[in-house]
Design a protein. Sequence first.
Length: 338
Amino acid sequence: MSDKPLVAVTRVIPQAGMDLVNEHFDVRLWEDELPPSPEELAKLLHGAVGALTLLTDTIDGEVLDREPQLRVVSNFAVGYDNVDVPAATERGVIVCNTPGVLTETTAEFAFALLMAAARRIVEGVDYVRAGKWQTWGPTLLMGQDVGGATLGIVGFGRIGQALAKMASGFDMKILAYDTYKNEEAASEAGATYVELDELLHQSDFVSLHVALTEETHHLIGADELKAMKSTAVLINAARGPVVDTDALVAALKDGEIFAAALDVTEPEPLPADHPLVSLPNAIVVPHIASASVSTRNKMAALAANNLVAGLNGDRPEGLVNSDVFDRARRQGVSAKWL
Ligand code: GLV
């Protein structure tokens, strides 16, 4: 029997992270490509003091109550809407995420989606693959210009700001909407804060970068899509439920907006026979905005380091609920499993 603390790892992550967890812990690993069911997750977590989780694992109060010895949940993602953070905080469980390391990679993917939808790249590829290319066509697959256009960024945190900086290379005018205003970041990125309604009316491209919360659930619905220009493109590399999918399908079918490019959907995965998959003016990819080799390695190392730090009583770099850590420090009861 190992004398190392037991942790659950809910999927095989890049080597940098696997090496770290194997070095420090007795690891119970879920090796399948598909996520564990809630029952399988419960078994995997049983007796573990830490868990390295994915955004497909639901960690709520019920899960935490079944495993009161669980001290740290380290999510392999910057988003953590799969974890009930208030429930974790209430139970003294540290929650961690992987901010920073995926900022540029995710922003550049959002920009790639923007370009692909604006210039109809996927439709062009499909056209050639289908053997339809007969001649140079004066009106063939005409798209929208990106240079000099107005980009509305909804959610002006790290990723939104990085996107603004990239877009400034295309002389885009940047509008930003966020409930929290960081004037310094906005002026550095050349962005102007406006209300959501104004952003939707003015923008040629609307890119979503908010966390999924009760407030942002279906933030973009039928009314918001109607407010957008008929030539506008919607990009979502945040979380699927930020957009009302049925309203989006209707808006794309009726030509209320020009196109949508989605890294994330509701539901996820999107079934192959879903209307969004076959609509010519929709691009759907399988939640891969942070999927570069280098970034996924960094995320794995950070998620593993967060787990090590949390179980060693140190402040994890990607600490979400600092309340728990600070409270434990004040009471002189910091966790020490290593
Ligand atoms: C991916 O969606 C993430 O939140 O890191």
